[in-house]
Write a protein of this length. Structure first.
Ligand code: SF4
Ligand code: SF4
Length: 326
């Protein structure tokens, strides 16, 4: 049973540029402009009309966009819940300007060991994450640590939790790795790793969408019985001001927005692509968290019930549940 028929999330790519070169990501290789404030203003108004509640200003590295605070302010004024994930390289410099504008601020971390994290990111940034935590706390912000879990770092969850998150009162978000396109991330997580992840997800102060575990055990999305609702839950806007369908990672087709996102999204051509969400050949086995998360929130199925307790737990920890019902 479908509970929500309108899109709920926008992944707004403010630029594809990045100041890191992570091995498990290829976005930094793409040439890219930055979104303009004028385009964003018009799009945000249309996103509101379409029913979107959450805007994730993403990238690339979103803090490379000099007008990120202005973009966030526009979104907040229109009543959106805002989210930003950063590698933290630029956060200490920009923290003051971002203060109070990001409802869900995530600092990415792949290892509690500085050298390992820096190697994974292709740039020295572990110390910046640590500095950013202190800066954010001093400003009264409540960032989360976003820990991408690979087979090789499952054992390090304990150190991230007890040495970094707990002493600083931060929520630990566990983000199981996923493959996409030609980007290989070291294979799928073993059953042992999934079990350990699920156990960690039950700890206080830890958020793991339990449905991600179930999806991996089920072999990901299946095109003959798709659970992906990427196109109908999530709008993807590119730095070139194009609507990307059915998801960023597949990026089958891009439509220039031309100042009328509302009409474009509802057009037959776009809706035809939306209806193919999760059913294209490349969708077989897909477990891309950023699209599965909203997919599991809008339709009652086994993943919905697996996701619900963890979603409620996160919103309780962060206090964002009130905003969701506004
Ligand atoms: S910091 Fe993020 S966007 Fe940049 S290369 Fe790493 S994963 Fe990709
Ligand atoms: S199944 Fe994966 S690749 Fe296919 S539309 Fe959904 S998120 Fe994109």
């Amino acid at each position: 049973m479908r509970l929500v028929r309108h899109p709920v999330l926008c992944n707004y790519y403010v630029t594809y540029r990045c100041n890191a070169t992570c091995g498990f990501c290829d976005i930094w290789e793409r040439p890219s402009p930055y979104v303009t404030l004028d385009n964003a203003r018009a799009n945000l108004r249309d996103l509101r009309r379409l029913g979107v509640r959450v805007v994730d200003f993403t990238g690339g590295e979103p803090l490379l966009h000099r007008q990120l605070p202005e973009l966030l302010r526009e979104a907040k004024q229109l009543g959106f819940i805002t989210t930003v994930t950063t590698n933290a390289l630029l956060y200490p410099k920009q923290a003051e300007r971002l203060r109070g504008l990001v409802d869900m601020l995530h600092f990415s971390l792949d290892s509690p060991v500085a050298d390992e994290h820096d190697r994974s990111r292709g740039v020295k940034c572990f110390d910046k994450v640590m500095e950013s935590i202190q800066v954010a706390r001093q400003l009264g912000e409540r960032p989360d640590i976003l820990f991408t879990v690979f087979e090789h770092n499952v054992q390090q969850i304990r150190a991230v939790y007890s040495d970094i998150c707990q002493p600083n009162g931060l929520v630990l978000i566990l983000n199981p790795v996923f493959d996409y396109n030609d980007v290989k991330t070291g294979g799928t997580l073993s059953e042992t790793a999934l079990r350990q992840l699920a156990e960690w997800g039950r700890r206080p102060g830890v958020y793991l969408n339990d449905a991600f575990i179930q999806l991996r055990r089920d072999g990901g999305n299946h095109i003959n019985k798709s659970v992906c609702r990427a196109g109908s839950t999530t709008l993807v806007i590119s730095p070139e001001n194009k609507l990307v369908l059915p998801c960023y990672h597949l990026g089958l087709k891009e439509f220039p927005v031309d100042d009328d996102l509302y009409t474009l999204y509802r057009s037959d051509e776009v809706q035809k692509l939306v209806s193919l969400e999760g059913r294209l050949p490349a969708c077989e086995g897909c477990a891309i968290n950023c699209y599965m998360q909203p997919s599991f929130a809008v339709e009652v199925n086994r993943y919905f019930w697996r996701a619900l307790p963890s979603t409620l737990k996160y919103n309780r920890m962060k206090g964002t549940w009130k905003q969701l019902f506004r």
